[in-house]
Structures are given as structure tokens and as C-alpha cells.
Design a protein around this ligand. Sequence first.
Ligand SMILES: [Zn+2]
Length: 266
Amino acid sequence: MGTQYYIYLAVIYLFAFLFGATVGSFLNVCIYRLPKEESLIKRNSHCMSCGTEIKHRDLIPIVSWCLLKGKCRACGAKISPRYTVVEALNALLWVFVAYKTNVLVHPVNFLLTALLFSALIVVFFMDWDTQLISTYVCIFIAVLGVLYFIFNHTDVDLPITSRIIGFFIVSVPLLLIELASKGKAMGRGDVYLMAAGGFFLGMQNILVALAIALVTGSIAGLIIKHFTKRSAFAFGPWLSLGIAVSCLYGNRIADWYMTFTGLNEM
Ligand SMILES: [Zn+2]
């Protein structure tokens, strides 16, 4: 590969970062407005303290918050670093997904996977804040799964049977837990998320996602309980983390598990 190739790649990564940051600022709108069922496109952003409409020049992702040193231009109230964290996280993940999916060879796979990661960021923060998972976001993930099935041109195609089994294999047990516990142990949003995620990832990788969620969720639960004495907490953030990790590393984790347990010799 010549120098030109790497310059080309660097430009693509730069665009992935800039576009990812811009999408990230829309994700903030989703995280904040979806639980209140407010419109995602109407009305401009306002300062949470003084209500002043925020001007366009102060809405540049990441940059504006740094220039204003995290304060409202009108009243000087502190603006949560969360908005900038979400923008930067989405931007970095888009670059990472561009690298992992080999964007120059598989641009469609890159776009669908990057959008999946963005949807998972919304699930993570919205569920963390409100213990709600938006049904719209789950439908969006399912649509991405359908598009992936239609447009996937890589050599490791997931058969439709794996996607359909993936849709049910985790969501149905979660639904039974939800019904048995009357929604206390599990919410309907968790069920929809794992159904949509299962269609995107297929049977094997949605099981890997669940395993990751159980491990990270249990550890996080112990830590949260230790520091806040709170025993109820959202499971959705860990499910979305599991889906994200499994999307990129699911096959490798499954192979490792099979070797580790000796199951691949049976
Ligand atoms: Zn203000």
C-alpha cells in the first residue's frame, strides 16, 4: 500500500470523526427528549438554567463546550460535560468502527454498524437516567438488522435462520422473566432491545452479548450497591454494552469460549 492510500484512509477517519461528533449531538437530543416524548426536530436547544436559546455558533459539537469552558454564554451556569462526552464517544466509536469494518472495502457495513453503535449509546444513557428504553430506538436497530441482511456483501454472511433464532433466543426468556416478575426484574424495553439486537447479530453473538451483559451488569450492580445502597438499577446499559462488544468481537469470544471449555472438540 502506498502513501496515498494512508492519506486517503486518514481523511476518511477524519470525516468519520466529524460526522460522528455531529450525530453525537443529535444523540444528546434523543437521550434528553425521547423519555419526555418531545419532538426531536422542533425547537432549538435551550440553556437548562436560564432558558436562553443557544445560538448556532455555540452548538458546534465538542468545540463549543471547550471554548465556553463548560458554561452558558448568557448566564454562566455550568453545562454538564455529559453532552460533550456523548459527542466525543460517538465520534471515537465511528472511527473505531470504520477501522474494524474496513470502511473502504465495506462502506455499507461500516454505516449500519456505526448507526447501531449510536443507537446503543442512546439506550445506554437514556436507560441509565430514566430506566426506560425507547421502543423507537429498538425498531431502529431492527431496521438496521434488516438492511444489514439485504446489503451485507462480506464473506461471513449470517444466514436468515440465525437472525430469526437470534430474534427469539434471548428475548423470549427475558419476556418470561418480565411477565413472572411483573416487570420488576426486567422491563419490556430490555425484551425489545434483545429481540432487535438478536436479529442484527444472529443467534451466537446475541448469546455472547447476554453473557457480557450478565458479567458487567453484576459487577456494576455490586459497585453501585456498595456506593449508593441502591439495589434497583437499569439492565439496559449492560445489554447495550454487550451488543456493542459482541458486534465486533462476538465470533472471537465464542471461539475462545469453545476452546477454553473444550466444546469445539466434541
Ligand atoms: Zn443560561
